[in-house]
Design a protein around this ligand. Sequence first.
Ligand code: TRP
Length: 332
Amino acid sequence: MEKEIVLTGDRPTGCLHLGHYIGSLKNRVKLQNTHEQFIMIADWQALTDNAENPDKVKNNVIEVALDYLAVGINPQLSTIFIQSQVTELAELTMYYLNLVTMARLGRNPTVKDEMRQKGYESDVPAGFYMYPVSQAADITAFKAALVPVGEDQLPVIEQTNEIVRKFNSLYGNILVEAKALLSETKRLPGLDGKAKMSKSLNNAIYLSDSSDSLKQKVMSMYTDPNHLRINDPGQVEGNMVFTYLDAFDADQNKVNELKAHYSRGGLGDVALKKHLFEVLDNLLTPIRNKRLELAKDKNEIYKILYDGSIKAKNIAAKTLNKVREAIGIKYL
Ligand code: TRP
């Protein structure tokens, strides 16, 4: 039987953090054994709100690639590629842009949120406003059935599927609808307890953080502001240390014991945080070490991205050909 196809990706605007890890990297490491997986470094999408800063995007392409390889994405099993090197995706985007309205774009809650966060009002770059359409090109070019992403990406996938249905109804059944694959932990809050871990909110733990930096961040985490003395009963709900233990500690019996102890009083924040630090440092140490090792040979990383991009380009070209034929704009 043919393997089901997976496509996913990240914008290279910084190193990847624990939110990425729990939200989708973990799933991708598993999926590569059972699925045909494409992982895209979305540099075009990163440029939609970084046009004045192309170096930042360029420099982070390699950082994201290092993060992928360090967590265990295996280039023999997954195709890792760079969006901008697959120019076919831009042409697909041109056709799809005609299948959505400005009003529909304006209703996408993910884009709306990001616009608010970035302070865009009417001065939003057009490329940013329409990035869900370009993302529909990414997904459909590979006929992906499954997209492992964080919860915030659901509206983008919904919009992709609307474009697929519209395209197929106009031009014939060429494109495939995709399903999101969400992780168990839907969304990892930041160190400060804010809804989302993110680079721009400055509340993230990176996969590449040193042990010292990790310790410092864990010690600064938001707990229960009313838990002043060790013997006071503390609150588990909304306490980031417990939120993270739920997400990352494999020993959930121990977590339950800690919760009970904290609730009745007698467990201090520092002791609790030391435990979380150990759990996270055990997870991150092998990733960090592998990353340092891989970073010694950047040429090797670029070679992986080059090979992956050639392979991706060939596949996208086939879809593009069918799309041109279906629309009837093959003249030569
Ligand atoms: N929008 C994703 C992000 O915010 C990146 C991305 C671009 C993507 N194209 C994609 C994700 C296609 C999944 C599928 O990081």
